[in-house]
Ligand binder design. Sequence first.
Ligand code: GDP
Length: 194
Amino acid sequence: ERNQKQFSRMNSENGVQDAKNLRVKLVLLGDSGVGKSCIVLRFVRGLFDPTSKVTVGASFLSQTIALQDSTTVKFEIWDTAGQERYAALAPLYYRGAAVAVVVYDITSPESFTKAQYWVKELQKHGSPDIVMALVGNKADLLDKREVPVQDGIECAEKNGMFFIETSAKTADNINELFEDIVDYASCKLPIEVL
Ligand code: GDP
């Protein structure tokens, strides 16, 4: 790949400021209704609007964040745009993806089972060094929780994934999801550098 370089982790011990501009293709996977679009909308626009459907079919939304070490990361976020059933079969969807975020709804055991299916699909079709995150969304609905945090943690550990619970509604852990993924990813994978 033309722009591909090894991402070298910032050496924070000796305080070397080594600013980088990273571009990261991130694909979202998960059952319909788990809140994928709402997570993107919250992250990119700072909004929660359950009525507005973000359509990102062939294109994607992007959002750039600045990390403390003055690295900037431009996320190119690919949502399935309602094509959950077919996304896993589309090589284009996975091609060049450095990060895959598999989302389930903590109030829906079915969506958690489905998440495990998507993880298997990723292991089959994704790049061998793809960084995977498991996200339990709708964490604000604690009284309706049906998937224990521990189940999420165990599934993530078993599959070498980053784990976090989020709420697109309250914005809880949404920015952290994206920031922490970079942190988690940078120690284990080459990331495309612009
Ligand atoms: P997608 O099909 O995975 O893209 O799911 P959407 O983003 O369209 O969300 C489905 C529905 O779940 C929306 O109508 C939202 O009202 C609701 N939703 C999404 N995220 C949250 C959340 O964090 N908390 C709550 N309580 N509801 C959410």
